[in-house]
Design a binder for this molecule. Structure first.
Ligand code: 16G
Ligand code: MG
Length: 574
């Protein structure tokens, strides 16, 4: 792979290569007469059909651009153009996903996917911001600047793979993306309504010539489900494990994806579907609702001791919950999934005799009890990084097998090139544990966090261990935790360090937080500016829920007072 910004194939650690599948050359004069005509065309189409509708400065953040759908037409158009340019730059297909994930229905958003299925390279996030903030007439100059900065040969072919979620606005926003690609002289492969993980998979497989998997949507479903079915060919029940789940589709694309999966899963898992689209997207259901509200999703019957799996609006996050025989509610989040998976993989690796190092990557949101459990009980090294998938993914690359999960349920496992090869060779030599590992590898979608692939991975581990949800939950007890939002005039006044665990500015705020935290046994709290909403986020955990709530409110009030709070003072959560 040839990306010069260091993003593509940074380490060559993944087992598939980007084939340089699109025609093109390097090192030619970047801005030619021909490109001048193309840039002029992008301006013409912008003015005629996709004019800029705001003067607000907007930034490509952790989840791309995300806001009210009616403000996004011009953004989508320009992201179509940018994706074509990035495709020329990398000489590979680039993905565009139209979704606002767990946000409410009126919102929408767009994120670009780089050649190996990873998030857009940081240098190109800056280009995206530049292009979107240009005036309509300024598009040409912005494109010239990007072309020069990235030394793009504009004569290269461009291919953009587009996916969208089920939001009503996604259809016309897709048209705007397509118009952008066309104005920039690129070609489009429109996948229609697909989950975010399907788009990432398709981009990866297209670019590596099918090495990671067959580059079709059907190929995605087949690869994952066949491995899953094989892993339980000895019987779907085992000990306390029953192959039965309730599926909360959040009324979004995850429900459609699950329906496709069930066609391939045969009798290996009995899935009963809820929130298939009959209700409002992400409303009182779905992974984010379950995690943040710590509540059972509406629309799903509370069947005792049956696992409920909730996904978010684009099916890249997953959350488990269940009620026991006494009606007690439990939520099992990304931390519980990470520890379950890391523990199991560690055992398989040890059993196989392969010398592979395995590590877990978390963020500051990881429950303190999970970090203690994984380091002290399982002996797995843990790295802590800033919020956002790209940071976790990057850190996970330091291990042969890197498990990364955010507490909110976004994560996956990635294998180094040599780890994958070693596992496959040992499997061929009939090493039983390595054979299992090789199958598990195929259940995992390494290209991005994938709610349903993650769910099938969890089900695989529970099955192998013969565990019910109660057994799984018993591994460790979460410390009570609470998240709050504080409105401030400018959230940029908050800056942080040490993977967002320490607040640097405004001066004095961290001292105040330290003093408050010191009053609570097992207390921990941090604050950070949100990357997706105009708020400051507060996280707190402590030994009891009452203490946690009190800690959260006190820290939120400190933020309100010292970081320019606006509106009402933070109140205790109800
Ligand atoms: C985005 C991130 C997610 C992160 C969340 C934090 C990606 C693909 N998604 O959704 O990983 O947890 O932002 O949101 O990176 P916040 O900054 O508003 O708390
Ligand atoms: Mg999502």
């Amino acid at each position: 792979m040839t990306g010069r910004d260091g993003n593509c194939d940074r380490s060559g650690r993944r087992g598939w290569r980007v084939a340089g599948s699109l025609a093109g050359r390097r090192g030619q004069s970047p801005v030619s007469m021909e490109s001048g005509r193309m840039f002029a065309e992008t301006v013409r189409v912008a003015k005629e059909s996709h004019p800029k509708t705001t003067t607000k400065t907007i930034k490509y953040g952790t989840a791309g651009f995300r806001t009210k759908a009616e403000e996004l037409d011009f953004v989508m158009y320009r992201m179509g153009i940018l994706a074509a340019m990035r495709s020329r730059d990398t000489r590979a297909a680039i993905g565009v996903m139209i979704t606002a994930s767990h946000n409410p229905v009126p919102d929408n958003g767009v994120k670009l996917v780089d050649p190996q299925g990873e998030m857009l390279a940081p240098a190109w996030e800056a280009h995206a911001t530049t292009l979107v903030n240009a005036t309509d007439d300024g598009i040409a100059a912005a494109l010239e600047a990007i072309t020069s900065a990235a030394k793009i040969n504009t004569g290269n072919a461009a291919l953009v793979i587009v996916g969208r979620d089920t939001r009503p606005s996604s259809n016309s926003l897709r048209d705007a993306v397509l118009a952008g690609v066309a104005a920039a002289g690129g070609e489009v492969r429109d996948l229609g309504v697909v989950s975010t993980p399907v788009l990432h998979y398709m981009v990866t497989c297209h670019n590596d010539g099918g090495e990671y998997g067959e580059p079709t949507i059907e190929g995605y479903y087949k690869k994952i489900s066949q491995a899953f079915v094989t892993l339980r060919s000895g019987g779907a029940s085992n000990g306390n494990y029953e192959p039965v789940i309730l599926f909360d589709g959040a009324n979004g694309v995850g429900a459609l994806a699950m329906e496709e999966f069930t066609k391939h899963l045969q009798d290996s898992l009995k899935v009963t579907m809820y929130n298939k689209g009959e209700g409002i997207l992400n409303h009182l259901c779905g992974a984010d609702y379950v995690k943040v509200q710590q509540k059972w999703p509406e629309g799903v019957p509370k069947t005792q001791n049956v696992r409920c799996v909730s996904v978010d609006g684009d099916a890249d996050r997953v959350m488990y919950s269940f009620v026991d025989s006494s009606g007690q509610y439990y939520m099992l989040d990304g931390d519980k999934i990470a520890t379950l998976v890391a523990g199991y993989l560690k055992e398989l690796v040890a059993g196989s005799g392969l010398k592979l190092n395995l590590g877990l990557v978390q963020t500051a949101y990881a429950n303190g009890a999970s970090t203690a459990y994984i380091t002290e009980k399982l002996g797995v090294p843990v790295a802590c990084v800033k919020t956002g998938v790209k940071h976790l993914h990057h850190a996970a690359q330091d291990f042969d097998i890197g498990v990364y999960f955010e507490a909110n349920g976004h994560g996956t496992v990635i294998f180094s090139n040599s780890a994958r090869q070693a596992i496959k060779e040992a499997a061929k030599a009939k090493n039983a544990q390595a054979e299992k590992l090789a199958q598990v590898l195929d259940v995992i979608n390494e290209t991005v966090g994938d709610a349903i692939s993650d769910m099938l991975l969890v089900e695989t581990v529970l099955h192998a261990r013969g565990w019910s949800a109660l057994d799984w939950n018993a591994a460790y007890t979460d410390l009570p935790n609470r998240q709050m939002k504080v409105m401030v005039a400018d959230r940029a006044v908050i800056t942080t360090t040490d993977a967002e665990r320490v607040c640097v500015t405004p001066a004095g705020l961290q001292d105040s937080i330290n003093k408050i935290v010191a009053n609570f046994p097992k207390g921990r709290s941090f604050v950070r500016p949100s990357g997706t909403e105009d708020v400051v986020r507060v996280y707190a955990e402590a030994s009891t829920q009452e203490n946690t709530d009190s800690l959260a409110v006190q820290v939120a009030c400190a933020v309100y007072e010292q970081a320019g709070g606006v509106g009402d003072r933070p109140k205790p959560p109800c």
